[in-house]
Design a protein around this ligand. Structure first.
Ligand SMILES: Nc1ncnc2c1ncn2[C@@H]1O[C@H](COP(=O)(O)OP(=O)(O)O)[C@@H](O)[C@H]1O
Ligand SMILES: [Mg+2]
Length: 325
């Protein structure tokens, strides 16, 4: 049985400006114990997909199953099995970390003493023991995301959904969360996480679905996705966008973004002289050229036709910054 199965999920929001097709066609299956990454830019439909999978939003068409349970028909049973840390959290920042975790434990039906025990355990798990008695509004972005994670783990879910758990975090806090996520997976928790960071998907996910415009365009292990490009990626840089565009017109099977041109060839080092002579024949001068093995960046560009421009990572995220959510 799959831990999570999305079958042709679609969601159209009716707005005053007309219908918005947030999710058009999302299908994938996640095996128990996997970390599954949903990679895509802002507005791709990641959060809407997570909301539907976690019973918080009804799909317009399609269906989803969690451990074989239908998210619409068996929503209460599904909620018992899953933990969710949403991108937009409504956590009460006036409370202390400990108070929040304890009261959430009470909501899940734990006795006062059990809730207190579990709270200490979880806060220590995410490294917040020292901050347990501080109000959440004094926490940094990274600390808040770790608290979100602790809250989502209270009822010991088998499946964890994390919507952009590290967006806006500095690299240090991001690494702490990555380690937490990997540790949870090693304990047997299935994890579905969304991200707009290629490196994050590459580093964490056993398998990745690339989503753009509400559609899963490609799915597979990071290595399989890179291998699907085949050969080497040649990257040319030019002085101006206009020159790059002219180069794109003369080199077949190339993608131009800004002042750069990418093309995939069987053997990079061997093909470069040939490509240079094509440019020369068209009176085009390159500023730089390189050959490399394909990255997820190249995969994303190939399947969607555009680059993944992730939001900038916040710097100086240590003092009361909202962590970009
Ligand atoms: N409640 C809503 N009403 C109308 N449009 C929405 C709503 N939620 C999301 N959208 C739109 O649907 C698209 C996908 O949004 P979302 O799922 O939040 O993407 P992501 O999480 O990948 O950034 C966006 O164009 C967004 O503006
Ligand atoms: Mg989102």
């Amino acid at each position: 049985m799959f831990a999570v199965e999305a079958i042709k999920l679609a969601k159209t929001f009716q707005t005053r400006q007309g219908p918005v097709k947030a999710v058009r066609n999302v299908s994938f299956a996640v095996a128990p114990g996997e970390i599954f990454g949903i990679l895509g830019p802002n507005g791709a439909g990641k959060s809407t997909t997570i909301l539907m999978l976690t019973t918080l939003l009804r799909s317009t068409t399609g269906s989803a199953k969690i451990l074989g349970l239908d998210v619409d028909k068996d929503d209460a049973a599904v909620r018992n099995k899953i933990g969710v840390a949403l991108q937009e959290t409504g956590i009460d920042e006036v409370l202390t970390g400990k108070e929040l975790v304890q009261s959430t434990g009470r909501l899940w039906g734990l006795s006062q003493s059990k809730a207190s025990e579990r709270s200490a355990e979880l806060l220590s798990l995410v490294g917040l023991t020292d901050a347990a008695d501080r109000r959440v509004k004094t926490y940094s972005g990274g600390m808040k995301r770790r608290l979100d994670l602790a809250l989502s783990l209270i009822h010991q879910p088998q499946i964890l959904f994390l919507d952009e758990p590290t967006t806006g975090l500095d690299p240090g806090s991001r690494r702490v969360l990555w380690n937490e996520i990997i540790r949870l997976r090693n304990e047997g928790v299935t994890i579905i996480l969304t991200t707009q960071y290629l490196e994050e998907a590459d580093a964490l996910a056993d398998r990745i679905a690339i989503i753009d415009n509400g559609v899963v365009e490609l799915e597979g292990t990071p290595d399989a996705l890179k291998a699907s490009i085949g050969g080497d990626v040649i990257l040319f840089s030019f002085e101006t966008k206009e020159i790059a565009k002219r180069a794109g017109d003369s080199i077949t099977n190339s993608e131009v973004t800004g002042r750069e041109l990418r093309t995939t060839v069987n053997n990079g080092p061997q093909s470069i002289p040939n490509l240079f002579s094509i440019l020369q024949a068209n009176n085009i001068e390159a500023v730089a050229v390189s050959s490399s093995r394909p990255t997820l960046d190249d995969v994303f560009l190939k399947v969607t036709g555009h680059k993944l421009e992730a939001v900038k990572v916040h710097e100086n995220d240590d003092l009361g910054n909202h962590g970009g959510v």
